[in-house]
Design a protein around this ligand. Structure first.
Ligand SMILES: C[S@@+](CC[C@H](N)C(=O)[O-])C[C@H]1O[C@@H](n2cnc3c(N)ncnc32)[C@H](O)[C@@H]1O
Ligand code: SF4
Length: 388
């Protein structure tokens, strides 16, 4: 009997596949990835296929998948036939729903038209490009291996290859970036007519070269007054262009929300494959597992026929309530008070009276759903800490 029991209401689970390789390491990034050659990549795809076999042999998979997400690292380093073999194995072992969303994160510097056509043919139907900026000096500072022109070219090839769902990542609050620079980035990005935009304020992550620069005082970052201005600039410009600001950092044209990420924020079941990948099984109050971010351990577990994932957290009622709010209040849809009561036996205000009071006007119950306003999102870490 598998240790993964699915929640009876979970009809279309998701799957995340982690590809922990990049062509070079960007100095701001602390995602689990390393520079690798083709042989290592090929070898890793064999491990992924083995992992998928383990999951189906152990009856972990339950129902056809509603979303599949190739994340990284840089999944666009995979060859189209490797993506195809993974998707074919999934089709055979668990099945994919008719409307499955299959996303692949793409570094614009790693891709050509033929490869994009190959991904589309393999079944990928959503691309997310790491554009980051359309200023060459900023791209250089970020250590990206591509120019603005190459990013523009890659997005246009994606359309040519038949992709109807194309997203771009933008980073803002970059060293020395003015509001005018950001406005230019936004305007140039909008000209690419993306369906989805993820806009991240630069975070200086521990252990990265950017942290060293920041500690030495060699990097001029936005201060406490400038950051909100940049964040609100993104919100205003993209809202005016017809995008829905549906999560703190995410914007979509109607009908182009990332369904995979929505499933995560809604605490729906997501299986995970690959070193460094995290899963969530929505049975009882929920269980999170992680495959250790260690390629050799990953290989050993699979060779021994063991589950490479380890339990990170088995939630109790209190933990599940807090996480439901932590994830749900990031989204514009917020959290339904009736659902919360159905899941946990009390409404949000009864479960967290002090936290709700301390959030004041920033957290509102309207038409049965709890939501933060823009100011609440801007200071999300501060307000949400009252619930944790
Ligand atoms: C896995 S990467 C996307 C795909 C591919 N690896 C690439 O960079 O083109 C995910 C995204 O996270 C964002 N990101 C990574 N590190 C960040 C940081 N320190 N601060 C803000 N955003 C960051 C970038 O926008 C990046 O595109
Ligand atoms: S930002 Fe993307 S390409 Fe750069 S190191 Fe991180 S995962 Fe790799």
């Amino acid at each position: 009997m598998s240790t993964y029991t699915l929640h009876k209401y979970d009809s279309s689970p998701s799957l995340y596949l982690h590809i922990p390789f990049c062509r070079s390491k960007c100095p701001y990034c602390d995602f689990y990835s390393q520079v690798a050659d083709q042989a290592q990549l090929d070898d890793y795809v064999d491990l992924l296929l083995r992992h998928l076999t383990w999951l189906s042999d152990n009856q972990v998979f339950s129902a056809p998948l509603g979303t599949v997400f190739f994340g990284g690292g840089t999944p666009s380093l995979l060859a189209p036939d490797q993506v195809a073999s993974i998707l074919q194995q999934l089709q055979r072992s668990v099945g994919l729903t008719g409307a499955v969303e299959i996303s692949l994160e793409t570094n614009p510097g790693t891709i050509g038209l033929a490869c994009l056509q190959g991904f589309r043919q393999a079944g990928v139907n959503r691309l997310s490009f790491g554009v980051q900026s359309l200023h060459d000096d900023a791209l250089q500072l970020l250590g990206r291996g591509h120019s603005a022109k190459e990013a523009v070219q890659a997005v246009s090839w994606a359309r040519q290859a038949g992709f109807e769902n194309v997203g771009c990542d933008l980073m803002f609050g970059l060293p020395g970036q003015s509001r005018e620079d950001l406005l230019q980035d936004l305007s140039a990005l909008l000209q690419l007519q993306p369906d989805h935009l993820s806009c991240y304020g630069l975070t200086v992550e521990a252990g990265t070269p950017f942290e060293q620069l920041a500690l030495r005082g060699a990097m001029e970052l936005p201060d406490e007054d400038e950051f909100p201005e940049l964040y609100l600039t993104v919100h205003e410009q993209l809202s005016a262009a017809g995008f829905e600001h549906y999560e703190i950092s995410n914007y979509a044209r109607p009908g182009h929300h990332c369904r995979h990420n929505l499933a995560y924020w809604r605490r729906q079941t997501c299986f995970a494959v690959g070193a460094g990948a995290h899963s969530f099984i929505a049975s009882d109050y929920g269980t999170r597992r992680a495959v250790p971010a260690d390629l050799e351990r990953y290989r050993r577990s699979l060779e021994l026929g063991r589950d490479p994932a380890e339990i990170l957290e088995t939630f109790d009622r209190q933990g599940a309530m807090a996480e439901t709010l932590y994830l749900g209040l990031r989204c514009s849809e917020g959290v339904s008070d009736a659902d919360f009561r159905r899941w946990f036996g009390s409404g949000v205000a009864e479960a967290f009276p002090d936290a709700v009071r301390r959030c004041g006007k920033r957290l509102v119950l309207a038409r049965g759903r709890w939501r933060f306003d823009q100011q609440g999102w801007l200071l999300f870490d501060h307000f949400i800490s009252f619930f944790l």
